[in-house]
Ligand binder design. Sequence first.
Ligand SMILES: NC(=O)C1=CN([C@@H]2O[C@H](COP(=O)(O)OP(=O)(O)OC[C@H]3O[C@@H](n4cnc5c(N)ncnc54)[C@H](O)[C@@H]3O)[C@@H](O)[C@H]2O)C=CC1
Ligand SMILES: O=C(CO)COP(=O)(O)O
Length: 333
Amino acid sequence: MRIAVLGAGAWGTALAISLSTHSNSSHQVTLWSRNADHAAELASRRINRRYFPDFPLPDSLQLTSALDAAIEEAELALIVVPVSGLRDTLRGIVACGKPVPVVWGCKGFEAQSAKMPHQVAEEEYTGVAPYGVLSGPSFAHEVGQGLPTAVTLASPDEDFARSVAAQLHTTRLRIYSCNDIVGVETGGAVKNVISIAAGISDGMQFGYNARAALITRGLAEMTRLGLKLGACMETFIGLTGAGDLILTCTGDLSRNRRVGLGLAAGRSLPDILRELGHTAEGVHTAREVLRLGLQLNVEMPITKAVCSILHEGVPARLAVEALLNREPKKENY
Ligand SMILES: NC(=O)C1=CN([C@@H]2O[C@H](COP(=O)(O)OP(=O)(O)OC[C@H]3O[C@@H](n4cnc5c(N)ncnc54)[C@H](O)[C@@H]3O)[C@@H](O)[C@H]2O)C=CC1
Ligand SMILES: O=C(CO)COP(=O)(O)O
């Protein structure tokens, strides 16, 4: 299959390497960077020093900064830019006049509009070609190494999800399919926010009990919001819900968790993000998750606490105390 991977950050590069290297069928993969200098450097050095420095690029991987060239022959485009770049990338594809099926890998809600990625696609890509999302517990660094990983491809068009999952599936990257795109995208967005909370808790040495409580009550928060948005309950105990939540709340490869660890250490958000040098979607998505929760009358106490620390300058210790001081209540979803 001819695949264009659009976005040459950590996740796009990991997927491009994995699909070029580990597939049984022979995929021809082109990696697109919007930055011409970056694309030229990738092509000449055969390594992504800025975003994914530990992994050489396979010889067969092609590089370009021309979007039309990347998608010209492609049978599928994997859009692996942050949520903030999804709309423009879809518009760019439409402007090229090449109606290629797309699957995005971003996890979060659009800033200001609180729209899920598939709602952005509904606005920009309806009637152009089929689309879907790839999500689940998948640190780029481990996928780049070819370590076993399982993810889910969701699309409102279930045949499309099944067919693309089967084509991208490899012995290292197991891909399930489903049609609950709302549930999958809610899980991917909310887990990033809860992962910041887990980083804060661990950074403050609150212990394993507190972390397990955050993961479990975070799952309740994610599920409550998702059900209000029309998702299926079962999705939240799957790879893209509990699976990704557990991964990013416990694994130090998570950039969102590292934001939380930095906040607990008393560092400023701009300093943390500068040092991280990568996208941490939870930082902006926290606001949008809270906004949606308020609109839909869904209680989101952990998200509220994370937002107050990130965006209102509330000290982490005070936000945690406010969480713990809430009235006792029935354990429910
Ligand atoms: N890194 C990981 O382990 C995983 C990341 N993701 C998700 O994938 C998305 C991308 O994450 P990473 O690649 O890790 O981020 P990154 O920070 O490593 O790289 C982001 C890349 O996107 C490019 N970019 C930013 N805005 C753009 C735009 N408007 N148009 C085109 N390119 C643009 C940047 O130049 C950079 O190359 C995020 O939504 C993240 O949540 C999902 C699964 C795993
Ligand atoms: O989504 C991820 C793994 O599934 C990556 O998480 P971070 O963005 O927190 O690194």
